[in-house]
Design a protein around this ligand. Sequence first.
Ligand SMILES: Cc1ncc(COP(=O)(O)O)c(C=O)c1O
Length: 384
Amino acid sequence: MEHLMNKNVREIQISGIRKFYNLLTNYKDAISLTLGQPDFNTPEHIKIAAKAAIDNNKTIYTPNAGLAELREAASQYFKNKYLLSYNVDTEIIVTNGASEAIDIALRTILEKGCEVILPGPIYPGYEPIIRLCGATPIYIDTTNTGFKLNAAILKEKITDKTRCIILPYPSNPTGCILDHEDLTEISKLLLDKDIFILSDEIYSELNYKGKHLSIATYPGMREKTILINGLSKSHSMTGWRIGFTMAPEYITKNMIKVHQYNATCACSISQYAALEALVNGIDDAAPMKIEYTHRRDFTYKRLVAMGLEVVKPEGAFYIFPSIKQFSMTSFDFAFKLLDEARVAVVPGDAFSNYGQGYVRLSYACSMDVLKEGLDRMEGFIKKL
Ligand SMILES: Cc1ncc(COP(=O)(O)O)c(C=O)c1O
């Protein structure tokens, strides 16, 4: 009865990142530079709070939007960090990771016939949901603008069907961020347009250039922005599954319905852990950020020394060198590198067709692993 599967679901592909990760299991001696999760443990004080939640039987349903005290803590945290202002009772939802936040946001605003603009190369978590809604992803090529979206290239793609623009900065897979000038221009362009912005700021704590800026703080943008954040990257809590949506009440009151029928609420134990993270672990990401900065600098230098063209990342923990000079597809390059030199990287086309000709390396691994991986990669490239 497979023909009875929903057509939109049938047509979705498993993520290229996962596909490559699955291949990796056949190469036990490979160094993996593929991972999208921090290599730090969740801070001890957060784990203690979670254990206390279990011991105190805080193991029951919470309100759909999440514990009131957690929403309060989130509201304070995002205000202190990025000058964002969201009402605790009507504008914040605690979700199962940023992934569920993306899902409920897009399912709330999209329908058949809409278009969603995405700057490519981009994280592959948006397109499948856009397609499940019957909407159409419209990619913008950012490979000629240092992987940054700008108002001029955005303007060209806006039509009367555009319902939403995804702003995924700091970016996975390129490590790019948008600065004040970029955000000013983009917000001016969008000011008089009825288009939503889905701003995925999950890497906001990992900005190596300065303070993270959110589009929602620019004139007129708050009313049309759904902001997504979470604790997966900032507090090294990928497995706890805590994310947030922050959006004006008219959007949140609709998103909460999708969230309610989908998940009821995020895991109560994780919510207590998140509360501890946001109250007593405000700067837990700071030491991680220092370490990532060293690794970023090291990786960038090594790739440049190998003769690769590469944009220096300013955030997240990925770097996205071009491999176009070798006249191979991203997949062929990545597969050969794995097979011959035992280093795994992610083929760039996992991040849309505009990633073809690139590979993604993650430096969320120890310096020793990174050094060994880059040594092997250098030896491999010398022989090409
Ligand atoms: C840009 C981006 N958004 C969202 C997510 C999903 O985050 P979470 O693990 O909190 O669901 C990721 C995970 O890698 C990501 O890179």
